[in-house]
Design a protein around this ligand. Structure first.
Ligand SMILES: [Zn+2]
Length: 488
């Protein structure tokens, strides 16, 4: 048996003018065949499983390239086609193969390609033929298009948000592909379209209960896999929206019934699943009123994980203006400011301008007398054991407020985003983290309290504020009346 593996991932915010170049992929994650490190990452979650099972002698593994960029605007056409052709060339050279396993994000848009993953699958299917088994692992913030469902035999989404289960879902993807190749199972899909755009963090109720329930369904009554596509709320393509995917072992009527039941349950919690949001000063007030610390405030509208620049300065301006002591903000994406900090050196005190550069949603730069705390070349943070590169990083202090400036755009994920740069997060009163939900996995372990804030960054929590043009209507909350239905 021969199996091909590759990865190509970008979560595309179609509303933002932050184009994603080939260089943006190379800076974040690029590994040519065979050069992938031993530990799999968020966007390459099936790598461990394919390597381990290949070593155990189950099949011969042919590795292709792995590419993943930080979420941002659409990929350039040239970048997308270059990466696609590189991977297709590797696959062509590997033929014949019995199976193909791909890690794709699921919300990738390139200029000229609204359904990039559908396009990749179309090319892969054309090369490998109709009997080869294709399995893909996707992020739940994906567009689960009809085209992808028709072209891939196995589709498994992460269940957790924060996405801490990328390796487990990768294991399942590979396992189902191998069982299909061996003709032990005959996977059949049922897809229910919930006709809604919303946010579904899985740590709190009611979403926690729904995820636990779908996990309990798997492995019995011929249910092979159940996935909830949360939708990506900042991607305007025809098939944006939450969908339920149930894969059964040739038991379509049962799969249809389950997909519809789970879909109805998701619709029922669409308004309660997201947390309550404070405004910026309201969040600072609530944090100061808390007797202990640290109080962690999520600056959700400037989350690089949703494609935002991560250089909005509103929290910094308010913390400084209010004279708050013991506050730290991270990460601020500003490679020019990092360069200036490195030029000044650790311990230097100087007038300094940073943040507020990329667009209107960034607010104005901060001008302050700062002390350079730490300058770390080629730095990183961690997420669920995986390394997340940050490029060169400088931490700075102005009065009672500190900030971590990064060169490679990323959202806040690990508490080492502070501790690696001379700021002990457990000893601060307020930590403002630029993230919607991924921060929660690590920061909930040190937080006295966690608050979610809606600032004025690029990702409004109310998606009705965005200029939608391509999404199929009606869809909630853009429309009041919708027609949820089984589509596959
Ligand atoms: Zn996601």
């Amino acid at each position: 048996m021969r199996l091909f593996y590759a990865a190509l991932a970008l979560e595309t915010n179609t509303f933002i003018a932050l184009p994603t170049s080939y260089r943006a992929f190379v800076e974040k994650t690029y590994f040519p065949p065979g050069q992938y490190p031993d530990k799999c990452q968020h966007m390459t979650g099936a790598m461990d499983a394919v390597r381990r099972r290949a070593r155990a002698g189950e099949f011969e593994l042919i590795e292709g390239s792995c590419y993943a960029a930080q979420p941002g605007g659409p990929a350039s056409r040239a970048a997308y086609e270059r990466m696609r052709e590189e991977i297709l060339g590797q696959l062509k050279a590997a033929l014949p193969v019995d199976g193909v396993v791909l890690n794709l994000h699921g919300a990738m848009v390139a200029y000229g390609y609204d359904d990039a993953e559908g396009d990749i699958l179309e090319h892969v299917r054309a090369l490998v033929g109709p009997t080869c088994v294709i399995g893909i692992e996707l992020d739940p913030h994906c567009h689960l298009t009809r085209k992808r469902c028709a072209l891939a035999d196995i589709i498994v989404l992460f269940k957790e948000y924060p996405h801490t289960d990328f390796a487990e879902r990768g294991e399942e993807t590979v396992d189902l592909v191998l069982r299909t190749i061996r003709a032990e199972i005959k996977p059949v899909k049922s897809v229910y379209d919930c006709r809604l755009i919303a946010f579904f963090p899985t740590s709190p109720q009611p979403m926690r209960g729904l995820v636990d329930r779908i996990m309990a369904l798997e492995g019995k009554d011929r249910v092979l896999s159940v996935s909830i596509a949360h939708c990506f709320p900042y991607g305007d393509v025809a098939e944006t929206g939450a969908r339920i995917l149930v894969i059964t072992d040739n038991a379509k009527p049962h799969g249809d019934k389950l997909a519809e039941e789970i879909g109805r349950d998701l619709i029922a919690i669409r308004e309660q699943a997201a947390p309550d949001y404070f405004d910026v000063d309201g969040a600072i007030d609530a944090a100061l009123a808390h007797a202990g610390g640290p109080v962690v405030i999520a600056d959700t509208t400037d989350n690089a994980g949703g494609g935002a620049p991560s250089d909005n300065t509103t929290f910094l301006h308010r913390l400084i203006a209010r004279g708050v002591q013991g506050a730290a903000v991270a990460p601020i994406w500003d490679p020019i400011a990092v360069r200036l900090a490195f030029d000044a050196g650790e311990g230097a005190k100087l007038p300094f301008r940073f943040g507020g550069k990329v667009g209107k949603s960034s607010n104005m730069p901060v001008d302050a007398e700062v002390e350079i705390i730490r300058c770390v070349p080629n730095a990183h943070q961690t997420f669920a054991g995986a390394i997340v590169p940050l490029g060169d990083v400088a931490s700075i202090r102005m009065g009672g407020v500190e900030a971590v400036l990064i060169s490679t755009r990323a959202q806040a994920m690990g508490t080492d985003l502070f501790s690696n740069f001379g700021i002990d997060p457990t000893q601060r009163k307020i930590l403002v983290v630029k993230s919607t939900q991924h921060f929660y996995a690590a920061f909930s372990k040190i937080a006295a309290q966690t608050l979610y804030a809606e600032g004025d960054g690029a990702l409004p929590r109310d998606v009705r504020k965005l200029p939608w043009s391509k999404v199929e209507r009606p869809i909630w909350p853009l429309d009041t009346h919708t027609e949820p239905r089984l589509i596959i």
